[in-house]
Design a protein around this ligand. Structure first.
Ligand code: NAD
Length: 296
């Protein structure tokens, strides 16, 4: 373990995103204790130079910063509610929830932890597995300015942090971003099907969209890199995307703003999730749509 003045980091959730993020922190000279419920990824983290531990109690022992990269708010709440973790978590520790969690639950959790001298900030990310590997994530940070400032040097190892507002702000923006991204992807996939049926070349369509007003992350990245080549391997699960979309439409409902288009998109993505394998990549929405079209 490195001997330096850098904060010691505990990292929970070594999945598609967490593993490359935690490994980057190790590469930057931080001492990182890593925990995941899956034993094979704990072993992989140890092989990558991290310090794997077997319990949540051990992942907070002596740490200054605890980073969570877990599926959702439910898992985040369960992990932070774990008796072993609570026993080891010292007052003054900064907890950074980098998962895409639910903003209203995040605010409640922050208030609860605050009573115990622990500040929770939210710092969800965009940029996918590639961004995690390259340290090029966009990081949407919510929390008190002083704590965010303390966390910035750690976050800068992972990408570009932007302070979005008080705690929960990052999680709100992340969910709204993914509702937009998923809606674009579905709309692009419908447009691509219509174009193909009309006899257009998909590559020509994408290149024209990308120099026209229909362009988006779906036309510039997802379609050319993961859908047209047939790999469907972006590393972001379809069910995780659906979870984020629902977080956004739930938020809209609680705030009493119109969300008809968002709910229509959620409905279609939910049908895809029911038809596809639980491990399906989110880019498989395009394949699902094409198969439905074939069946018409
Ligand atoms: P993942 O499913 O690959 O990883 C989640 C990890 O959490 C798994 O290794 C799992 O074993 C672990 N885990 C689950 N329950 C646990 C528990 N109780 N204790 C300890 N570990 C536990 O997911 P991911 O793709 O890495 O995504 C993580 C978060 O980041 C999600 O909120 C997701 O929405 C978000 N996100 C993902 C991407 C992407 O491209 N994959 C991009 C941006 C944001």
């Amino acid at each position: 373990m490195p001997q330096n003045d850098l904060p010691v980091i505990g990292f929970v959730g070594l999945g598609n995103m967490g593993m490359p993020m935690a490994t980057r922190l190790v590469g930057a000279g931080y001492a990182v204790l890593g925990f995941d419920v899956a034993e094979p990824v704990r072993a992989a983290f140890a092989s990558a130079g991290g310090s794997s531990v077997d319990t949540l109690g051990a992942v907070v022992a002596g740490v200054d910063v605890l980073i969570l990269m877990l599926p959702d708010s439910k898992v985040v709440n369960a992990v932070l509610g774990d008796a072993g973790l609570q026993e080891g978590l010292r007052a003054g520790t900064i907890v950074i929830d980098m998962s895409s969690s639910e903003p209203i639950k995040t605010r409640a959790l922050a208030a609860d932890l605050d009573g115990r001298g622990i500040v929770l900030i939210d710092a969800p990310v965009s940029g996918g597995v590639k961004g995690a590997v390259n340290g090029a994530l966009t990081i949407m940070v919510g929390g008190p300015a002083a704590t965010v400032a303390e966390a910035i040097p750690v976050l800068e190892q992972l990408g570009r942090p932007v302070h979005a507002g008080p705690v929960g702000s990052g999680h709100a923006i992340k969910a709204l971003n993914n509702l937009l991204s998923a809606t674009h992807l579905l709309a692009t996939s419908e447009a691509m099907l219509a174009g193909k049926r009309f006899g257009l070349d998909p590559e020509v369509m994408l290149s024209i969209f990308n120099s026209s007003s229909g362009k988006s992350g779906s036309t510039e990245n997802k379609w050319p890199n993961f859908i047209l080549p047939g790999g469907y391997n972006s590393g972001f699960g379809l069910r995780l995307m659906l979870k984020d979309m629902r977080t956004a439409t739930d938020l809209a409902e609680q705030l009493d703003v119109p969300d008809e288009l968002g709910r229509a998109a959620v409905d279609l993505w939910a049908r895809a999730a029911a038809d596809l394998e639980p491990t399906a990549d989110h880019t498989e929405i395009a394949k699902w749509l094409a198969q439905r079209e074939v069946g018409l």
